[in-house]
Write a protein that binds this ligand. Structure first.
Ligand code: F6P
Length: 336
C-alpha cells in the first residue's frame, strides 16, 4: 500500500540561480500548510550523503524570497555519481524517515535524482523524487523556462548598458562573453535586448566573415563608431574573437567576461513568481503520488512530467528568434 507523505527533504544542487530561495520557500510553506514536515538538505546531493540537514518550518524560510543565491548552499557531488555514494544517501533518507525529496537545480541535478529514485525502487524503498528546473542557462529540455534565467538576463543587460557608455565615448568595439554553458539562450535574449552588433551562439556554426566582420564594416559605413559583440561562452572565447577582429578589421576591441556576476542578485518578479508556482506544484505532485517527475513550464502553464521522459526531452533552439536578431542587426551600408 502507498504510504502517506509525512516528511520530505528539499535541496539545491549544481550552479546556483536567482530564485532558488523562492522555490525552497514555496516547497516548505506548501508542505507545512498540508501537515508535512520539512528538512533542508544542505550542499546538494553531498549533503544527503553526509547527513547535512537542518529542520525547516514556515518561519525558517521568511525573508528569503528576495535573496539571490541559496540559503541551503549548493554543490556538485562526484560521490553521488557512484552507486556506493547513493547507497549512503538512501541510508540517510531511511534514518530521517523521508518520503520524498525535492531537488532544485539543472540537468545534472535531475540525472542524480533519477539515479537515486531507481536505486531506491531497486531496494524496495518508497521514495519520491521531484525536480524543479533552476539554472541561468535555460537549457532544460522539458521546460520552456528555468528559474534564474530572467534575472541573469537583466543583470547582463545592466552591465552591457554600462559598458556601452564607455565604449561609445571611446568609439570602441566591445566583446562581451556571457554564460550559458553549451547553450545560447542567454546570449540570444541578452543580444536582442541590448541591440548588439552581432551575437555568436553555439547552436549556429560561426561564419566569421559574415557574422562578425561584415556586420562591423556595414555598421561603420552606416556611421556607427562603436560595436557590441555578444558571445555565448559555448560559442568560443571572447579573447579569440577579439584577436580575430583586430587582425581582420584593424580595430582594437576590449573584452569583458561577465562570469559569475550573472548568477547573483535579487530575483526578478518573473523568477520569484515561477519559483513559487513550481515549488507549490512539486509538493502537490508528491501528495498526489506523481513523484519521480520534473516540474516544468510549458506555454505559460506549470505542469509535471515523469522524470525519465522529462530527461529525454530536447528543447529546440529558437532559430526564428535568432533570424529576427540577424535582420535587426543588418545594416545596409554598401561594402563596395
Ligand atoms: O550552469 C550554470 C553555469 O553558470 C553555466 O552558465 C556556467 O558554464 C557554469 O555554471 C559555471 O560553473 P561554475 O560555477 O562551476 O564555475
Amino acid at each position: 500500500m502507498e504510504r502517506e507523505i509525512r516528511r520530505i527533504g528539499v535541496l539545491t544542487s549544481g550552479g546556483d540561480a536567482p530564485g532558488m530561495n523562492a522555490a525552497v520557500r514555496a516547497v516548505v510553506r506548501c508542505a507545512v500548510s498540508q501537515g508535512i514536515e520539512c528538512v533542508g538538505i544542505r550542499r546538494g546531493w553531498s549533503g544527503l550523503i553526509n547527513s547535512d540537514f537542518i529542520r525547516m518550518d514556515a518561519t525558517s524560510v521568511s525573508h528569503i524570497i528576495n535573496k539571490g543565491g541559496t540559503m541551503l548552499y549548493t554543490a556538485r557531488s562526484k560521490e553521488f555519481m557512484d552507486a556506493a555514494g547513493r547507497d549512503r544517501a538512501l541510508a540517510s533518507c531511511k534514518l530521517l524517515g523521508l518520503d520524498g525529496i525535492v531537488a532544485v537545480g539543472g540537468d545534472g541535478t535531475f540525472r542524480g535524482a533519477l539515479a537515486l529514485s531507481r536505486q531506491a525502487a531497486a531496494n524496495g524503498m518508497d521514495l519520491q523524487v521531484v525536480g524543479i528546473p533552476a539554472t541561468i542557462d535555460n537549457d532544460i529540455g522539458c521546460s520552456h523556462y528555468t528559474i534564474g534565467f530572467d534575472t541573469a538576463c537583466n543583470t547582463a543587460i545592466e552591465c552591457i548598458d554600462k559598458l556601452r557608455d564607455t565604449m561609445q565615448s571611446h568609439e570602441r568595439c566591445s566583446i562581451v562573453e556571457v554564460m550559458g554553458r553549451h547553450a545560447g539562450y542567454l546570449a540570444l535574449t541578452v543580444g536582442l535586448s541590448v541591440g548588439a552588433t552581432a551575437v555568436l551562439i553555439p547552436e549556429r556554426e560561426l561564419d566569421f566573415e559574415n557574422d562578425v566582420v561584415e556586420k562591423i564594416r556595414r555598421a561603420r559605413l552606416a556611421g556607427t563608431t562603436h560595436y557590441m559583440i555578444v558571445v555565448a561562452e559555448g560559442a568560443g572565447s571572447a579573447m579569440d574573437i577579439a584577436k580575430r577582429i583586430n587582425e581582420e578589421v584593424g580595430i582594437d576591441p576590449r573584452v569583458t567576461v561577465l562570469g559569475h556576476i550573472q548568477r547573483g542578485g535579487s530575483p526578478s518578479a518573473r523568477d520569484r513568481e515561477i519559483a513559487s508556482l513550481m515549488g507549490y506544484e512539486a509538493v502537490q505532485a508528491m501528495i498526489e503520488r506523481r513523484g519521480n517527475c520534473v516540474v516544468a513550464e510549458q506555454d505559460g502553464k506549470i505542469v509535471d512530467i515523469e522524470m525519465e521522459k522529462a530527461l529525454q526531452m530536447v528543447k529546440p533552439f529558437d532559430m526564428e528568434k535568432y533570424d529576427i536578431l540577424q535582420s535587426l542587426t543588418h545594416r545596409s551600408g554598401s561594402l563596395r
